[in-house]
Design a protein around this ligand. Structure first.
Ligand code: GDP
Ligand code: ZN
Length: 300
């Protein structure tokens, strides 16, 4: 009550450095320290946290950490609005299995995925038809798919407006063109694009903290998320079907409540697969993920 209200400001933690938290506020960055009774509740602030600061002679003191919308452990980031899921059209070959795996991991965290297909310039021959059919099918599910080439810069500018006012994290295997895409969007980043020792991915084996960097009027994590492609331990078999939006849309038509869409009679999802209304690869991958989670559970 002694703090005059005009001394309090809200912002987002964008960096942890030398015991300080750098907080982005509408009035600029403020170097801050933690001081608040949120500590008693066992909360330690992380990058992405929305905080209330009290400002005293240009130093901020974090009074409050707002409830988190979501939280990623590796890298430790809170309140992620969306994951830019980067997959290559070629080199490495487009993989529906890998895409579905990433989509499940992202959906399970209740983060909005946006699929970014890179290296469109390298697409040729039979793969061209295969990939364009897949793009259409993922769009039919309701996913946003952006086709890009960091080589010709095709489609790169359509990524920028998606970043506005959002906190984004990149996801995607090594070599698909994540750094190249960021460089194409913001040449001053000058991220290394070799396979070894580059800026993106550096955080994985060291204790270096993740940073949120401004990009296209939004914030983006400088370390890719979802580098561990195993399903998390807390993920239950029953949860998997909720990560396939086109299954969710049909599940009320399944004969049994709680249908897992495996061998249950009167399963609307299986019928839709047979009628080619659901991508067969999505259903196959679902079955593989089910087995993976079952086998994992058995180990404990
Ligand atoms: P990251 O590991 O996901 O960050 O991938 P990089 O950005 O380091 O890219 C891996 C390799 O693919 C590099 O040799 C890039 O030059 C190349 N590359 C990335 N994007 C494109 C693209 O759109 N077209 C072409 N032809 N090559 C690309
Ligand atoms: Zn079913």
């Amino acid at each position: 009550a002694e703090n005059r209200i005009e001394d309090n400001r809200e912002g987002t933690i964008i960096r942890l450095q030398g015991g300080f938290y750098d907080v982005m506020t509408p009035q600029g960055e403020i170097r801050s320290r933690a001081r608040g009774n949120f500590r008693k509740r066992g909360i330690s602030p992380v990058v992405g946290d929305e905080v209330v600061l009290h400002i005293e002679s240009e130093t901020g003191y974090i009074l409050e950490v707002k409830d988190r919308q979501n939280f990623l452990v590796r890298p430790p980031v809170a309140n992620i609005d969306q994951a830019l899921l980067v997959v290559s059209a070629a080199e490495p070959d487009f993989s529906a299995h890998l895409l579905d795996r990433f989509l499940v991991l992202i959906e399970a965290k209740e983060i909005q995925p946006i699929i970014i297909l890179t290296k469109m310039d390298l697409l040729q021959g039979e793969a061209e038809q295969h990939v364009s059919e897949a793009i259409a099918a993922y769009r039919t599910i309701g996913y946003q798919v952006i086709e890009t080439s960091s080589e010709t810069l095709t489609g790169v500018e359509s990524v920028r407006p998606l970043l506005k006012d959002k906190t984004s994290v990149l996801a995607g295997q090594s070599g698909v063109g994540k750094s190249s895409l960021l460089n194409a969007l913001e040449p001053s980043l000058a991220l290394e694009t070799s396979h070894i020792s580059k800026a993106l991915g550096r955080g994985r084996h060291t204790t270096r903290h993740v940073t949120l960097m401004p990009l296209g009027d939004g914030l983006i994590a400088d370390t890719p998320g979802f580098s561990n492609l195993d399903f998390p331990h807390e993920m239950e078999l029953e949860e998997l079907r909720w990560c396939f939006p086109e299954f969710v849309a049909l599940q009320d038509d399944c004969k049994y409540r709680g249908c897992l869409h495996l061998n249950e009679p009167g399963c609307a999802v299986k019928q839709a697969v047979e009628a080619h209304e659901i991508m067969s690869s999505r259903y196959t991958n679902y079955g593989m993920f089910v087995e993976e989670i079952k086998n994992r559970t058995r180990r404990y």
